[in-house]
Design a binder for this molecule. Sequence first.
Ligand code: CO
Length: 216
Amino acid sequence: MKPYEKLLLENRAWADEKKAHDPDFFNKLLHQQTPKFLWIGCSDSRVPAEIVVNATPGEIFVHRNIANQIITTDFNSLSVVQFAVEVLEVEHIVVCGHYGCGGIKAALEEQRAHLTLVNNWLMHIKDIYRLHQESVESATSEDARIDRMVELNIIEQIYKLAHTPIVQQAWKSRRAPSLHGWVYGLDDGLIQELVLLNHEYSNDPIYRYRDLGHTE
Ligand code: CO
């Protein structure tokens, strides 16, 4: 059996098992999607969003990319945020990074000549390093240095979300979503919360968004 054939076989077994347990399982999901969570995670195969929080289909709207970044000129991540916040009206956005992240490790090294696109994607992490260089360099080992950057990157993504007009408008109109920065441990499978922002958070004036269509 070829490796990909195993996936298709497992898919059949999974669907059969779901139907055996609840004959209506797929029918219920067919006509509605009402997840309360948007999950922004790393593409790393070891941190599968639904599995690590034991979620079922329909529970979490997911976006994953290298090193769980929100880049405000990236249509992909921002479209996901806009759809989740304005159409699905999620209550929570989780940015879940993970210790030992290869994307963060690569960002702390020289750029690789052949990875022209990845280099640019990781450039934003180098910028975060520059902001927090002293704190990162005070780490006592190479692993600790990477893990400190993992945490700082997650926290930075939460602030980037808070800076978007999408989130600021939703905070104003429905006092949601709350923004959760989480870090996952590859060694024990456990998640810790690093930061939590909600509608009471006040952005620095240069990031504030005023909707000119509404007078106050
Ligand atoms: Co990663």
